[in-house]
Design a protein around this ligand. Structure first.
Ligand SMILES: Cc1cc2nc3c(=O)[nH]c(=O)nc-3n(C[C@H](O)[C@H](O)[C@H](O)COP(=O)(O)OP(=O)(O)OC[C@H]3O[C@@H](n4cnc5c(N)ncnc54)[C@H](O)[C@@H]3O)c2cc1C
Length: 425
């Protein structure tokens, strides 16, 4: 029996077990896969290393910054870009309309000036218009929402927005329409990436000394007798249970769940991501560490360049890109693996990044959980599920345990809350 059984071995669970150990508690981590890292893990296509999606390290949070500092890293100034209809615009587009033709800028600025008044609790669609005006909202973030969140912005609340979207003044929009020399407004001034070993290297120091058990997929939980049953038939008793596995799946493992909670859990949904990762026989395939694509006919929403994060991600003199295409029960992918790879290689040519002949390696894989979706009423339904789970003495951590839009630093902090269990053992 372990004092604390932790399900999952991503950053949130490693943080939970690490903090438990520091607080003098004994924890064991049970991971379904044969490796730790979860979304922070990486994989290879030939000799090219790819993270699971963009993954940079950034945080204003001291404990997490100290974890980042344990690893030798490269510092990056954020330089995201946007691609639309053959044009490259600095990020965020609303502050950087410079490359557009004069008449389009005028329309965008006029509509920014005439943007509708702010209302209380608008849906995300209305909110976008209130911030940017109809033209900018409709042309950029609303179209991106359908690609990234897989539903129109009107279907979403704004509870997830925080500081993620920059809200410019009229001066900023005007300057950005007249000059390319605009200041950097990304919500982090500096981002970090491990010099060696991919993004997962940042969380490696957390695993030292931990009791990690692999190929242990939790299947059934009896919260009264306090044990977990795993796919291999083994059973583990616990004093406290902590999980970072997706909340709806956790509910499916519990016995005696009230109908109301089951219904609420079944209504929660997340986007999935199809990652097409491409290695190129080119020294430089793109100048931009990551960029967003607005054209609906190009399926990927976001692309990042692992070779710019660290040269350690590619063989010498080569470069790489990873294309993220989002889908869900509301917007199926409707393409086979080969079909999406073909689509991406054509997009590479269309966007004038490289030609098909430059491609050395390709990988296709899917993330079954990418981003939890804040459709209307989601937080109320989620909290109903969380209240039930917590009433059984089970502690949720991480992006899918807490069912929230958490970055790595927030997932790490979420794991830290197991410290509160110290007085209860
Ligand atoms: C495309 C993309 C790009 C991102 N980019 C960034 C970025 O640039 N910077 C940043 O800070 N954050 C980024 N994030 C967010 C970051 O990845 C997450 O916040 C963080 O990795 C979540 O960690 P976690 O431990 O909560 O969950 P996970 O990493 O999902 O870990 C959960 C673990 O539970 C395991 N598991 C599942 N079911 C079971 C079961 N039944 N039994 C046992 N184990 C199970 C899984 O295998 C997994 O290892 C990005 C996310 C995505 C999707």
């Amino acid at each position: 029996m372990a004092e604390i059984v932790v399900l999952g071995a991503g950053v949130a669970s490693l943080s939970a077990a690490w903090h438990a150990g520091k607080a003098g508690m004994q924890a064991a981590v049970f991971e379904a896969k044969g490796r730790f890292g979860g979304l922070c893990d990486h994989f290879y296509a030939g000799n090219f290393r790819f993270d699971c999606g963009a993954h940079f390290g950034f945080s204003n949070n001291e404990p997490y910054r100290r974890v980042l500092e344990m690893t030798d890293s490269i510092s990056h100034r954020p330089r995201p870009f946007n691609f639309e209809a053959g044009k490259w615009l600095k990020h965020p587009v609303q502050n950087n309309l410079y490359p557009l033709p004069a008449e389009e800028k005028v329309e965008a600025i006029k509509s920014f000036i005439k943007r509708p008044e702010r209302t209380e609790n608008p849906d995300y669609g209305r909110w976008l218009k209130e911030q940017f005006g109809e033209v900018i909202a409709g042309r950029y973030p609303a179209r991106y929402t359908v690609k990234y969140w897989t539903v129109p912005p009107e279907n979403l609340s704004t509870e997830w927005v925080g500081n993620r979207l920059y809200r410019p003044s009229l001066d900023e929009v005007l300057y950005g329409a007249m000059t390319e020399k605009t200041p950097q407004t990304y919500y982090f001034r500096e981002m970090f990436y491990p010099r060696r070993g991919g993004f997962r290297a940042f969380i490696e120091p957390l695993r030292e000394g931990l009791d990690l058990r692999f190929n242990k997929e939790a299947k059934f939980i009896d919260p009264d007798r306090k044990y977990v049953l795993f796919g291999d038939g083994s059973k583990e008793y616990y004093e406290h249970l902590v999980f970072s596995v997706p909340l709806p799946e956790l509910v499916g493992m519990l016995k005696d769940v009230p109908e109301k909670v089951k219904e609420a859990a079944a209504s929660l949904w997340a986007t999935r991501a199809a990652l097409v990762s491409v290695g190129f026989n080119l020294e430089k395939v793109s100048d931009y560490p990551w960029f967003y694509i607005y054209d609906p006919e190009i399926l990927p929403a976001r692309v990042h360049a692992p070779y710019l994060k660290s040269p350690d991600n590619v063989p010498e003199g080569k470069s790489s890109l990873q294309f993220e295409t989002y889908f869900s029960r509301h917007k199926p992918l409707n393409l086979s693996e080969e079909g999406l790879i073909e689509h991406v290689t054509e997009a590479v040519e269309k966007m004038k990044l490289a030609s098909k002949g430059d491609i050395l390696a390709v990988d296709y894989r899917e993330l079954p959980y990418a981003n939890v979706v804040f459709d209307h009423g989601m937080t109320r339904r989620r909290d109903c599920v969380l209240d039930f789970v917590k009433s059984k003495g089970i502690v949720p951590v991480g992006r899918f345990g807490e069912w929230d839009y958490l970055w790595t630093d927030q997932s790490f902090l979420s794991g830290k809350k197991v410290e509160a269990l110290a007085g209860m053992l």
